[in-house]
Design a protein around this ligand. Sequence first.
Ligand code: TNX
Length: 541
Amino acid sequence: MRRNDALRTGLAFLASVTLLAACQSTTPGTRPTLPQPVPQPVPEPALPQEGVTTPRIVPAPASLVIAAGAPFELTRASVIAVDDNAEARAIAETLAELLRPAIGFPFNVAGHGADTARGSIRLSLAADRATLGDEGYELVATSSNLRITAYRPAGLFRGIQTLRQLLPTEVESEIGSARSVWAFPALTIVDRPRFAWRGAMLDVARHFFSVQEVKQYIDVLALYKLNVLHLHLSDDQGWRIEIKSRPTLTSVGAVTQVGGGAGGFYTQQDYQEIVRYAQARYITVVPEIDMPGHTNAALTAFPHLSCSTRPTAPFTGIQVGWSTFCVDKEETYALVDDVVREIAAITPGPYFHMGGDEVEALTHAQYAGFVERVQTIVHKYGKKMIGWEEITKARLAPTTVAQQWKSDSATAALKYGSKLVLSPAKKVYLDMKYTPGTELGLTWAGHIELRDAYEWDPATYLSGVSERHILGVEAPLWSETVRNITAVEYMAMPRLPAIAEVGWSPQAQRRWEDFRSRLAAHVPRWHFLGINYYRSPQLPW
Ligand code: TNX
């Protein structure tokens, strides 16, 4: 017994040292030629190891230590015991609903203390674990049970995504699997995100996406622990959200899209359904109404507010920079007020995105004055403002966030005490082609293969911008060439999980060779989930 204990401790220590060594063995400028697998426990001869899966978690957890000894295994008697807390209970139900179809065990959700059966799972909220932060969790799996502890419910939700990835990929199947052993090595994971904002933006203006399609994208975000869905709700080609005080915005402004298709829009009820679906996955929706440029669709409804370089008419092309509100007309601000008020009222998240990009038809002073007035309106309705990096031409409030995308102009935000969200087009624009041969996508920021999206560090990307200035990272998917969710997934996968890891995992833990071997193990998961993807030659197939 004693010998065994010592052996276990020794092996756990060895495992963590090996993991560290795997992370540190690369000399600058050289790359390991072999994938660095997560260390495996030495199997104890008496125990069946067949069917035990190796942890391949994306994004990589902050710390993972494999313990010696028998693996954790789900059994027919496994229950999910949970605190007496409505949110924790809902998360337990979500987990049970994920596990039941494939595994076929009952997975009863029960009160705390009901976790005596071998292979049970306990979800607990711990008021004394503030160091885990809002989204962190600890997952401890032993041969007898598994416990996920978090400070906040969001941490429990992130923790069950890890549990899901620890289990064999067939767990994603909706029909019973033939597999009989659902096990993974005993281990301890302590994990929390590097950045508070880990986002994905979907452009529903250039092409419109149904509520169902947006939910499908949210499912992908949830699996990779992303926590912001930024919806680009208006652009020259279409206005995509109902504004009850301004019905023509949608009756006139939503009738088409790039290429001339039918377009469409979300009723406020549709939008709230998306918000609730995201909320249940601890994802914040950030609505964007792009202005003063990119406003042709709104201007087809209100032509007298147009100071554009061409007459307003439905637009189905992809050229940018030519449309603008007349920023010197008071009626423009009445429209903005109505829009911000109505959207703020149905948006529980703290942010309203005002766009602000690519305005070529205004003077510097006109543009800056407009941004400052919109900022006041956003504050009036209780939201913080975010805008593309161009907004740094204006005087910003310290709570305003600038979203970097093309240059270092965003750094001007720092003098106001504002923070940055980094979306460098060369790294994270999911609408860029992977290679010259990619059928979909644009090329203005270059080609972005998986490795390009993975290998960069937000804290060293812009000179003068360090970790503390950065709220997080976000991957935009502009939809000029992307017409449906299958195409969205083709452009997002596998790059989105790479960017999710950039935002979540400690920089010192990130190694390309290790990442690509972990991510390759997720592809069968995507097959079960019906997620489309680009077969990047950079993944070890
Ligand atoms: C630039 S990024 C834009 C979008 C386009 C995108 C295409 C940004 C703030 N503006 O209007 O859709 O390029 O990649």
